[in-house]
Design a protein around this ligand. Structure first.
Ligand code: SF4
Length: 381
């Protein structure tokens, strides 16, 4: 095990980085404005021992809900700004860390530069002693970097993170960390290795996004964490699993189990042929899910496609219209959920929109078609 050598940063009462223990965090999956459900999620995560609890905020009403949630919990809170960076000064007094996604900054106020927007967030964080996470995500890369690094998307993610670090450095802001997430464990490993070579001082938040349902989601996450943490890379982790709201505490339990195994030198061998066949990725769900049937749908997709296990296909199941359309682009078949309909895609192409009752039958037809087209085999019954 290589020692971790990043600088230490403060997130409220918590310190991450350097030789501090690797912090384990998670995120509420409920609608932030549903106070009862979100307070229950916070309690579940606190009881599971979460070091940081992240809550998504996208509107003034979410900020009002956050005020109430804050007054009822002493947990270390992080806020996910999603697309509305302008909320930073309103949320900063209520939380200990602000996560912004560089790929979402272009949405609002197109007349302002990215640097001006970053400065705005940093100003709010400085005033209220919040840490910041620069959270780069494969499904929402800044369009500028996506274009410039079209030949190597991972490099685009890494360079985007490095450039944002430089902006924060120039603004004399120190308490920040970075994440580079993808749903593919190998890409997570590669991106984080490249970044840590360029910025070995910056603490890293590790995660395999949309890892999906357990047990496959746990294995994908374990592969990435084992490879990185054993090399001294990674200061805080988030395990993203597709789980019913009441079972979200499992993300913390799984994270702690993986860390304990790594610490004690127990590296789990990955099952033979793992991911050589059908790969189902699913998002962990969050406050943006518009239909609670999403988790059940992900489970049904796995059960339905069991007959296709030996075929190398990727099916992505995403919970919302905000990130779902982009994050299904690379899958052979993608499903993203709206309030009443599920949208079905093949790569970037939309195949149609179906009710929750219709979608499984439609998906089965498409899987059968791909098996016969790509593998030139009659459909397995
Ligand atoms: S795809 Fe949508 S619902 Fe799923 S975690 Fe991402 S933002 Fe949340």
């Amino acid at each position: 095990m290589k020692p971790r050598k990043t600088r230490k940063i403060k997130i409220g009462s918590l310190t991450i980085g350097g030789d501090s223990p690797v912090a384990v965090q998670s995120m509420t999956a409920t609608r932030t404005q549903d106070l009862e459900a979100t307070a229950k999620q916070i309690k579940i995560l606190e009881e599971a021992g979460a070091d940081v609890i992240r809550i998504a905020v996208d509107s003034d009403k979410d900020v009002e809900a956050l005020k109430i949630l804050r007054s009822n919990s002493k947990a270390v809170f992080s806020v996910d700004l999603q697309e509305n960076y302008k909320l930073a000064p309103l949320v900063a007094p209520l939380v200990n860390k602000i996560r912004y996604n560089p790929g979402h900054l272009y949405h609002l106020e197109k007349n302002k530069t990215i640097r001006e927007k970053v400065e705005f967030i940093v100003q709010a964080a400085k005033e209220h002693e919040c840490a910041i996470r620069i959270g780069v995500n494969c499904g929402s890369i800044d369009p500028d970097y996506k274009e410039r690094f079209a030949h190597d998307e991972l490099e685009g993610m890494v360079q985007c993170a490095v450039d944002h670090c430089a902006m924060l450095d120039e603004l004399n802001f120190v308490d920040y960390c970075v994440s580079l997430k993808d749903s593919d464990s190998q890409k997570v490993i590669e991106a984080n290795k490249r970044f840590s070579e360029l910025r070995p001082d910056v603490p890293l938040h590790l995660g395999v996004t949309e890892a999906g349902l357990p047990p496959e989601g746990v294995i994908k996450t374990r592969i990435a964490f084992e490879q990185l943490i054993s090399k001294g890379i990674g200061d805080t982790i988030r395990v993203s699993l597709t789980l019913p709201d009441d079972e979200k505490g499992q993300e913390i339990d799984v994270g702690r189990d993986i860390l304990k195994d790594i610490d004690e030198g127990r590296f789990r061998s990955v099952p033979e042929n793992f991911l050589e066949g059908l790969n189902i990725i699913a998002c962990p769900s969050c406050s943006r899910v518009e239909n609670g049937k999403f988790v059940e749908l992900a489970q049904d997709v796995r059960a339905l496609t069991k007959y296709a296990e030996k075929y190398k296909l990727t099916i992505a199941v995403m919970g919302c219209r905000v990130n779902g359309p982009g994050e299904t682009d690379d899958a052979d078949l993608g499903l993203w959920c709206g309030p009443t309909h599920v949208n079905l895609k093949e790569g970037p192409k939309t195949l149609g929109s179906f009710t929750y009752d219709e979608i499984l039958g439609q998906l089965k037809s498409e899987v059968d078609r791909l098996i016969s087209e790509k593998f030139n085999e009659p459909v397995a019954k």
